[in-house]
Design a protein around this ligand. Structure first.
Ligand code: DGY
Length: 328
């Protein structure tokens, strides 16, 4: 007798091939309209599901988890970050949480590097000027930015993505510095030619470019607080492809406005999808709509990971990408 297929609720549209495979393997409820589900709809969905597949746009907090029926045993998130899920509440209810680590590392590092180039070199401003008909020809003094080569990059969070950024930065002649909860293995430091700073404050004060690559956890919420942001040099740039919550965005916007720092490249925001209106008015900031992992290959691979996690779990084994509360 074939085992009953697990009832899986998917909260957003996923790549076609992923949805097709999920439909074959599981008793899958898709969201063809792709409208993010309300809290009430999520609570309703978890009542009868065995597995929930949320994305970063769903808030799976205490209330949604409390609404879960006894069947819900797995939250297989289509994401690497898990800050949208109340992990403690899930674990307390005996619900396993999985994510999709590793498969969006290179894409996110590419986005980070793109912002590291775009902001100091004013790429978006230049492009806008051409489209707006404001370009009158080459000029010795117009649209000057800052050189990347020879600059110091301070990476906050030397996990997979931080390391992938470090590798790219080296190719651009940038010297790599980092701050991390734990110092990485000396072999990794040597490979990346990375200098460790135990003190984040001291590192910030010395860097030309700062890249946020750590996850958002209670410990990293506003890690770049007003006090820390004010340690940055006035000609420093800041790039964030991790989570908006790591930076005090209001303070950052004000510092960008007053020239207390030179510029910023942000792919993520504190209150997505709303963007702080103060940021929208500034020229020295490049704003991207959370596109770090937005490649066909990456999203496909994320879907494959979700499927493997569900299948392994349904077969009675520990899924490969279990998220442990202690990690966060
Ligand atoms: C994730 O999966 O955490 C990413 O932020 C999505 O781009």
């Amino acid at each position: 007798m074939p085992k009953k297929k697990p009832a899986v609720v998917v909260t957003r549209r996923l790549p076609e091939a992923v949805e097709a495979r999920m439909t074959e393997l599981f008793d899958t409820r898709l969201n063809p309209g792709d409208r993010p589900m309300s809290q009430a709809a999520l609570a309703e969905a978890v009542r009868a599901a065995d597995v929930l597949v949320p994305t970063v746009t769903d808030r799976i907090g205490r209330k949604v988890i409390a609404a879960a029926g006894s069947r819900l045993k797995l939250i297989a998130s289509f994401s690497t970050g898990v800050d949208h899920i109340d992990l403690a509440a899930a674990h307390a209810r005996g619900i396993t949480v999985t994510n999709t680590p590793g498969v969006l590392t290179e894409d996110t590092a590419d986005m980070t590097m793109a912002l590291i180039l775009a902001v100091p070199r004013r790429l978006i401003e230049g492009e806008r000027a051409v489209r707006d008909g404001k370009w009158t020809g080459w000029s010795p003094t117009w649209m000057l930015g800052h050189r990347i080569w020879g600059k110091r990059l301070g990476i906050i969070g030397m996990g997979r993505i931080g390391r992938a950024v470090a590798r790219r930065a080296a190719g651009f002649g940038i010297s790599v510095h980092y701050h991390n909860r734990r110092r990485v293995h000396p072999d990794v430091e040597a490979e990346l030619k990375a200098t460790y700073w135990e003190s984040l404050d001291q590192m910030l004060a010395q860097m030309d470019i700062v890249s946020v690559n750590c996850p958002h956890t209670p410990a990293t919420y506003h890690l770049l607080s007003a006090r820390r942001l004010r340690l940055l040099k006035p000609d420093a740039y800041i790039v964030n492809t991790s989570r908006g919550e790591v930076i005090d965005e209001d303070v950052l916007a004000e510092m960008l406005r007053t020239g207390a720092i030179a510029g910023a490249g942000l792919d993520v925001f504190e209150h997505e999808p709303s963007v702080n209106p103060k940021l929208l008015r500034l020229d020295n900031v490049v704003l991207m709509p959370h596109m770090g992992s937005a490649t066909i290959e990456g999203r496909q691979a994320m879907g494959e990971k979700v499927i493997i996690n569900i299948r392994t779990f349904a077969d009675g084994h520990k899924p490969p990408d279990r998220v442990l509360v202690t990690e966060y």
